[in-house]
Design a protein. Structure first.
Length: 404
């Protein structure tokens, strides 16, 4: 069911109105990123407005998206999704402004520094091998369910030192929270995760360790302790920030390699090519589309976005902007790296887990291509894409030859 329509404000030019729901953009099933790209209008203002989900702007210009992602003077991150106000807890530090944001971020940053990420690489590799070898002999897998959603969740559980056996239960509820179209079902799943985390939070509050959850619980915001709501919000943010976005990016990358055997072969033959190839695929298949509340008027291209409006910033449109990238829809592993993509954001809200995400995906590719260097989409398979706050693949069935 499509989101209800809001009345168009008088300051929105009629020619910028597009009646679309970002959670089900036309063409999303075939290519979620290109479904966003279809909103862009050559020679336009780099902005469109939709009456769906409360009514909001969508930035389509790569330069504008880059500028607004780092703009903390005219935009607030306290409303992170459209329609706003649908979560039990603010997803901090992502959903916060200064000065609190820096304190929230300081609590988790040490766990994502290069030394900490390097220390996790052995565990990531071990888990990747375990997952892949669990289905390798079958000659096929449903990649999203059998692999992509498991590795980030296992790493989250390792960071917070919670039982690895809880991953299936958590994945099932996290998937409902992110994908279900029923608000009551989403809220029930969120309440169940809330109850799960609350029990561990109470334990770590009394007996802190050296883990990420303990660090969040005992962090301070200036001269005060974190509230329970803040602890829950930051714990949820770390959980979902590392789960849905990383799993989704893994899916897009594996779909691309499954349908481009020469590029896949090049990586399988020389793992040194993976880091550059990864950056190119991160650019092409951006997943996050964050929302912001406008707190000071923005004048752009003769259009005024007024304080109080909501605006969505799809990071994938930065990577698909022909003003910034030559032939942006093509994946070119030899593309000169003249600028940085926006896939992990920019400014104070740059994803703190980006180094870990890159490490996880790199290790997964190395271990996968070591064991399954040749693979394709399963016969008759047509992956189905999804749009929204996170672009994703609902399913991705892969197949490969198995030696008797």
């Amino acid at each position: 069911m499509s989101a209800p329509a809001a009345a168009m404000p008088s300051h929105v030019p009629a020619d910028l109105m597009v009646d679309v729901d970002i959670y089900a953009l036309p063409g999303h099933a075939a290519d979620p990123q290109l479904a966003w790209k279809a909103l862009d209008r050559p020679g336009g203002a780099g902005l469109v407005w939709t009456p769906r989900n409360g009514g909001h702007w969508i930035a389509t210009s790569g330069n504008l998206i880059w500028a607004l992602l780092g703009d903390i003077e005219r935009l607030s991150a306290r409303d992170l999704a459209v329609p706003p106000g649908t979560a039990l807890y603010p997803m901090i530090p992502n959903q916060s402004d200064e000065p609190e944001h820096s304190h929230y971020r300081d609590a988790i940053t040490p766990f994502f520094r290069p030394r900490a990420v390097k220390a996790l690489q052995g565990a990531v590799r071990e888990l990747a091998v375990e997952l892949i070898e669990g289905f390798q002999a079958k000659g096929q897998c449903e990649f999203m369910d059998d692999c992509a959603r498991h590795l980030p969740m296992l790493i989250f559980l390792r960071l917070v030192e919670l039982p690895a056996d809880d991953r299936e239960w958590l994945i099932a509820r996290a998937d409902v929270m992110v994908r279900s179209g029923d608000p009551d079902t989403r809220r029930t799943a969120q309440q169940e995760i809330d109850a799960y985390l609350s029990g561990w939070i109470d334990q770590r509050r009394a007996q802190p360790g050296e883990d990420l959850l303990s660090a969040i619980i005992h962090a301070r915001v200036g001269d005060r302790a974190m509230t329970h709501e803040e602890v829950m919000g930051e714990s949820m943010d770390v959980l979902f920030g590392g789960l849905d976005t990383v799993a989704s990016m893994m899916g897009f990358i594996m779909r691309h390699l499954a349908t481009h055997p020469e590029e896949c072969r090049a990586l399988a033959e020389d793992f040194r090519r993976i880091p550059v190839a990864l950056e190119e695929m991160l650019r092409r298949f951006g997943v996050a589309s964050v929302a912001r509340r406008v707190i000071a008027d923005i004048n752009h291209g003769g259009v005024t976005v007024r304080a109080g409006d909501m605006i969505v910033l799809p990071t994938c449109l930065h990577g698909l902007d022909s003003d910034l990238w030559d032939d942006p829809q093509a994946v070119d592993f030899a593309r000169p790296r003249r600028r940085t993509h926006a896939t992990f954001g920019t400014g104070i809200h740059t994803c703190p887990g980006a180094p870990l995400a890159r490490s996880e995906i790199t290790i997964l590719l190395e271990e996968w291509l070591t064991r399954i260097p040749v693979f394709s989409l399963a016969e008759g398979e047509t992956p189905v894409g999804l749009t929204g706050a996170v672009n994703a693949l609902a399913t991705l069935k892969l197949a490969w030859p198995v030696t008797p």
